[in-house]
Design a protein around this ligand. Structure first.
Ligand SMILES: Nc1ncnc2c1ncn2[C@@H]1O[C@H](COP(=O)(O)OP(=O)(O)O)[C@@H](O)[C@H]1O
Ligand SMILES: [Mg+2]
Length: 149
């Protein structure tokens, strides 16, 4: 299942993140793709806020993983540095853990991720406008449906 959403501002991106926050659950996996500057980290910050995480979410580019405790813990990963390497098996504890995994540059480790996950691709870098393509099957279909209306 798939849907395409256009957001025209940061505020609309925040609203999009809110809808996602209402559909994540322990063990949910959200894979983000999109060029540098497309808004992957920005989306994650909004999502974290809607998950009542008070810590400041910063890009985990140099650490690969940052863990934010919350009602649902957030595992924020940026696997940019794993391009061509494929995977870091230490990530499994988180990806298959009981928090919400949000993975920037998820396509770099796609083979290591389950088929069933929420895939969010952000494109378009015209001012504050972004085109978001959301894909998911199984337990993620409800989220796609919610986004579609
Ligand atoms: N609608 C929008 N959604 C997300 N980011 C936006 C939007 N409009 C402008 N921006 C800006 O684009 C930049 C995105 O950067 P960032 O989230 O770090 O991208 P990435 O993590 O994909 O490299 C931020 O400076 C953000 O404020
Ligand atoms: Mg980023």
């Amino acid at each position: 299942m798939e849907t395409i959403i256009k957001v025209a501002s940061l505020q609309e991106m925040d609203r999009f993140a809110k809808t996602i926050s209402e559909h994540v659950f322990p063990g949910a996996i959200v894979g983000l793709t999109g060029e540098l500057g497309s808004g992957k980290t920005t989306f994650t910050k909004f999502l974290a806020a809607h998950l009542n995480i008070n810590d400041t979410v910063t890009s985990p580019t140099f650490t690969i993983l940052k863990v934010y405790p919350g009602k649902l813990p957030l595992y924020h990963m940026d696997v940019y540095r794993l391009e061509g390497i494929g995977y870091d098996y230490e990530l499994d504890d988180f990806i298959y853990g009981s928090g919400v995994s949000v993975i920037e540059w998820a396509s770099y480790i796609r083979e290591m991720l389950p088929n069933e996950m929420l895939e969010i691709d952000i494109s378009g870098n015209f001012d504050n406008e972004r085109i978001i393509r959301v894909k998911g099957s199984g337990v993620y279909e409800k989220c796609i449906q919610a986004l579609s209306h």
